[in-house]
Structure formats: C-alpha cells, structure tokens
Design a protein around this ligand. Sequence first.
Ligand code: IPD
Ligand code: CA
Ligand code: CA
Length: 254
Amino acid sequence: MENKFAFAQDLIKKAGQLVIEQMKDVFDVTVKTTQDDVVTSIDIAIQNFLIQSIAEHYPEDHFLAEEENCQHGISVGNVWVIDPIDGTLNFVTQKSDFAIMISYFEKGSGQFGLIYDVMEDKLYSGGGVFSVTCNDEKLPVFDGRPLSHSLVACNTGMLLKNSYGVQELLKHSLGVRNYGCAALSIARVLNNQLWAYISNVYPWDYAAANVLGQALGYELMTLDGSDIDYTNRQMVIFLPSQYKNTIQELHFRS
Ligand code: IPD
Ligand code: CA
Ligand code: CA
C-alpha cells in the first residue's frame, strides 16, 4: 500500500504540472447541462492522463471518475475515485481556486485520499494507515471549538432554498463562506479554518473527505439520514464527528 500511496502522490503532482502547462494555451469549454455546468478539454485530458497512468501500473484496478461516464461500483475490487478538476468554473473564470482530487478504495474501504491545490502547490494527503498531511506537515486533529466560534462553507443553492433548514444551523455560526470548490472547502475543514462544509455533491466530490477526515475527527453524513452511497449526488455535511448529534438536534427538519 505504501507504494501505491507514494505513486498517487507523485502522479497528482504531475497532473498539476500538466494543468499549468495546458492552461497557458487556449482550451475548449463545453456546457454540459446548464451555463454554470461546464467541462474543459483540460478536465478530459487530466482524467485520461490519470486513468492511463494508473492503469499502466495497476491493470486490475477500476475507476469511478467524473467525466465520460466512468462509473465503477465503489465496493467491487480496487477503485480509484477521480475528479480531474474540481472547481471547473473557478478554473475557467479565475484560473485559481481549483484542485485535483483522488481517493483509493479496496472493497469499499477508503485507503487514502489526495487533494492537490494546483496554483498554491499544496498537497493534502493521507487517510487509512497514513498520517494526514499538507505538504508533509501533519494536520492537527479537530480542536473541539464550537460552531458559535467558527465559519461554515455552504453551497449557495442550498443556502438560498434553505434546504433541510440549513439557514437555522448557519445562524449559530460566525458566518458563511462559499469557495466554489468542494476540494478546497474540505481542505479548509481539515485545516481547522472551517467548522463544516455543506453541499450537494457527487461521489468524486466527497470521497476524499471521508477518507482524509476520519483520523482527524471529521465525518461525512447525508442531510436526509441515508447512507453515503457513492452512486448519486447527495446533500451532505462534512463536520466534526463529536458534534454530529448536536447538529441533528439543531436542524434537518425538512
Ligand atoms: C463542483 C464544485 C462546486 C460544487 C459542485 C461540484 P466541478 O465540481 O466542487 O463547488 O458546488 O457541487 O459539482 O464540477 O467543478 O468538478
Ligand atoms: Ca467536482
Ligand atoms: Ca470536475
């Protein structure tokens, strides 16, 4: 497993270098469903690069990745979950605040996760038997501070629609932030900069959170109480495990 983890750390950095090279040139942007749901030729190129490189080294392994309908079941064999560029709208409009995300599962059990903030050259990695670090510096476990002394990141649509009474929860915090990138929001929770992240996200957006967060005292739960299923988009909160019950009392009365 050590080798696979080191391989993934090296690979995600190489993918980041590729993004930096390719974003200097003109690239294609295609609308997927609505004007704010886009994919670029770089998203596709990076996903292909990651999958080809992994498949060369580990031909038995499978992939659950965002682009091109690449959806292997999480609990069957060895599965790499990939979001080639998370925060594509930020990438297209700002050329910053996006990340590459990879996590690796064996028979449904998370072994390690990686979030690479390309423009800041910050690699968050670890989980399973590996320490969780940012650029090789160990991240601290959750410091126990209450919601009332903290900031929370929340998906704008959910905030506006007050999905699951989320506004009630947020009133108990110091304030709300929205970074337009699941990966970097998760990283800010892991860094103790945010208390929680609330969003409506896909498996490739949340898989790394679950794997990286566990040893540091965080957990991912759905707002409707169902299991995290790694098949669909789900409304989730990534939060300190010790506050899970308090949170359930505060809101979620849809
Ligand atoms: C999206 C971003 C966004 C979140 C969306 C995701 P993408 O991922 O993480 O912040 O609100 O739910 O789908 O499409 O940029 O990879
Ligand atoms: Ca994403
Ligand atoms: Ca993406």
